[in-house]
Design a protein around this ligand. Structure first.
Ligand SMILES: *Cc1c(COP(=O)(O)O)cnc(C)c1O
Length: 458
């Protein structure tokens, strides 16, 4: 058998087509070699993101029809709240329209100007919201995470020495809170171990520091704990999740990932003060505290999706489909981030295109080339995403210069994975002929969304 067997059957299909070679050439040029600016109609397989691109189940669609659209006190909100309490174990829940709405409220509340937010590794919108509140986000992830070849099974772990150094340097009162991303997106979908979370809690208690999780991919993290950490081999995923969350004061959550929906988010907490403040503020920015920017039907779908997304059989298929794609590429000699993460395969663009200097944006270049070859859409996760240094204004060139192939949940078959791998392997064989890019338009904030490029000649 090639690839893991799907624990579902297909009830509805959406037709997709491969645009002609001429159209692909035209489309990527019109998009300024930025895959964010392509029309999705020009895309055959869309691996831009796993965010909001999930196929919902019949059970979730049935829930949509039952959505209670009451302005206040919606029944769907109480189902949503109950699912979060059951699966994650938090007492208090505030709904938001998506993850960044929760970041805005939570990080904005806990960060004072001039404060530091240590985090295992930055995420774009998380960093932006901490900065909006006047804080600075600093990475405290273990060094292994910056080495794509390192096979540490828990590459998302925090380095307590780095955290201690920040506390010594700035003083504990300057630390707004410690932020932990579960299954670190930017390092390739790498998990944090239960041991690391348990020790972090002990560490932070000494300094009375709050711990806030970015729990967006916590179910996938829980699967890795079950697969890799001694003592959890037979533990139900929900029990693992509840133990993980018990080491935090609260979390933000983009429901567009592990909750298997197209839109939604929330924050949740064990802490009454955080709850009361954010429940007050949600009304200003998102909507009343019993809908927070979501329709009743959306909350119903999240409630069901959070439970489905924490089922072991589903997670096993999910993680192994991603692994299947990664292994096809590795077998052909393409360097990818190891171990293969949960939500996508990350190609090391510096190894793929070693002849390109960093300021010719190797990952952006490769991502555009893949589209032109096969109409598969991927994303740059490297220097373009990282942006410029706040103080010096210089480009930051992070160690990881990656092309991300993010796999939507329950959407593509294993044959789609094979088609994608074949295109990348074809390019790998003629990689010397791929030329770099020049950035010709650069927006000030989150530049990767809108930046435009031109192709340099040989
Ligand atoms: C997607 C994501 C967010 C932001 O959530 P949105 O729903 O896109 O606003 C925050 N953190 C992580 C780790 C994410 O992957």
């Amino acid at each position: 058998m090639n690839g893991p067997v799907e624990p579902f059957k297909i009830k509805m299909v959406e037709h997709v087509k491969i645009p002609s070679e001429k159209r692909r050439k035209e489309a990527i040029r019109n998009a300024g070699f930025n895959t964010f600016l392509l029309y999705s109609d020009d895309v055959f397989i869309d691996l831009l993101t796993d965010s909001g691109t999930t196929a919902m189940s019949d059970n979730q669609w049935a829930g949509m029809m039952l959505g209670d659209e009451a302005y206040a006190g919606s029944k769907s909100f109480y189902n949503f709240e109950k699912a979060i309490q059951d699966v994650l174990g938090y007492k208090y829940v505030v709904p938001t329209h998506q993850g960044r709405g929760a970041e805005h409220l939570m990080y904005g509340h806990l960060t004072n100007p001039g404060q530091i937010v240590p985090r295992n590794m930055y995420f774009t919108t998380s960093k932006a919201h901490v900065e909006l509140a006047g804080g600075t986000m600093l990475d405290v992830i273990i060094d292994d995470a910056h080495d794509p070849e390192n096979e540490n099974p828990f590459k998302g772990n925090l380095d307590f020495k780095k955290l201690q150094n920040l506390i010594d340097k700035y003083g504990p009162e300057k630390i707004a809170f410690v932020n932990v991303e579960l299954n670190v997106n930017m390092s390739g979908g790498q998990p944090v171990s239960m041991k690391n979370l348990r020790e972090l809690k002990e560490f932070c208690d000494k300094y009375k520091l709050k711990i806030i999780f970015d729990a967006t991919r916590s179910s996938e993290n829980a699967y890795f704990i079950r697969e890799r950490e001694k003592g959890y081999e037979n533990t139900p995923i929900i029990d693992i999740l509840r133990e993980m969350m018990s080491y935090s004061d609260g979390c933000i959550y983009s429901a567009k990932k592990d909750c298997l929906v197209n839109m939604g988010g929330f924050l949740a907490t064990h802490n009454k003060d955080i709850f009361e403040y954010t429940r007050g503020m949600v009304v200003l920015f998102e909507g009343l505290h019993t809908y927070g920017g979501m329709a009743g039907r959306d909350m119903e779908a999240v409630a069901r999706g959070l439970r489905e997304g924490a089922e072991y059989e589903y997670l096993k298929y999910r993680i192994n489909q991603v692994r299947y794609l990664g292994e096809l590429l590795m077998k052909a000699g393409v360097s990818i981030v190891k171990p293969i993460g949960s939500h996508g395969v990350f190609i090391d663009a510096l190894k793929f295109l070693p002849h390109l200097p960093r300021d010719q944006w190797p990952a952006q270049t490769l991502s555009a080339a893949i589209y032109e070859d096969s109409a598969v859409r991927t994303m740059e996760r490297g220097a373009v995403s990282k942006g410029r240094d706040k103080e010096t204004g210089e480009n930051i060139f992070p160690k990881l210069e990656l092309v991300r192939l993010t796999i939507p949940r329950r959407v593509y078959t294993n044959t789609h994975m094979e088609y994608t791998a074949e295109s990348i392997i074809r390019l790998y064989k003629k990689r010397d002929s791929i030329t770099g890019l020049k950035m010709v338009f650069e927006p000030k904030h989150l530049r990767f969304f809108q930046a435009r490029f031109e192709q340099l000649s040989l």
